[in-house]
Design a protein around this ligand. Structure first.
Ligand code: RB5
Length: 147
């Protein structure tokens, strides 16, 4: 899939890692949209998860960062247009695309370093969904959740 834009958002705990990821993603040649937060003042991660979900367009991916990546990914996954994977390295990021067709990746800034997160986000952006048996399973997520 040709990616039109990559949307990024974080809370205060994820602010610095979000900025590092933004520069790395730009460096890979993708257009980025930074939805904030824009400093280290305390904010609530659900606000940024919901903001990204409301802005996310088709053929676009999202990157979310909070302290652990847990809260922001849970909040993002409440939205029908989002399948967000909390990833810890290149391996989980690649599989989040290949097997789960995730369109949003989440990171915990207090969990992983910038170098690992950058290699993970690059794998995420460059990996295609494998389809086949994985497509059946991904469809079952929505069906069996009653969506
Ligand atoms: C903020 O202190 C922290 O709770 C938040 O960034 C995140 O880790 C929540 O899941």
């Amino acid at each position: 899939m040709k990616i039109d834009k990559v949307f990024l958002a974080s809370d205060h705990a994820g602010f610095e890692l979000k900025n590092e990821l933004k520069e790395a993603i730009k460096g890979l040649g993708y257009e980025v949209v930074d939805l904030g937060t824009n400093d280290k003042n305390s904010v609530d991660y659900p606000d940024y998860a919901h903001l990204l979900a409301s802005k996310l367009e088709p053929n676009c991916y999202g990157v979310l960062v909070c302290g652990t990546g847990i809260g922001i990914s849970i909040a993002a996954n409440r939205h029908e247009n989002v399948r967000c994977a909390l990833c810890h390295d290149e391996f989980t990021a690649r599989l989040a695309r290949e097997h789960n067709d995730a369109n949003v990746i989440a990171f915990g800034a207090r969990v992983i370093g910038a170098g690992v997160a950058i290699s993970a986000v690059e794998a995420f952006l460059k990996t295609e969904f494998a389809g086949g048996r994985h497509e059946r399973r991904v469809k079952k997520i929505e069906l069996e959740a009653g969506k």
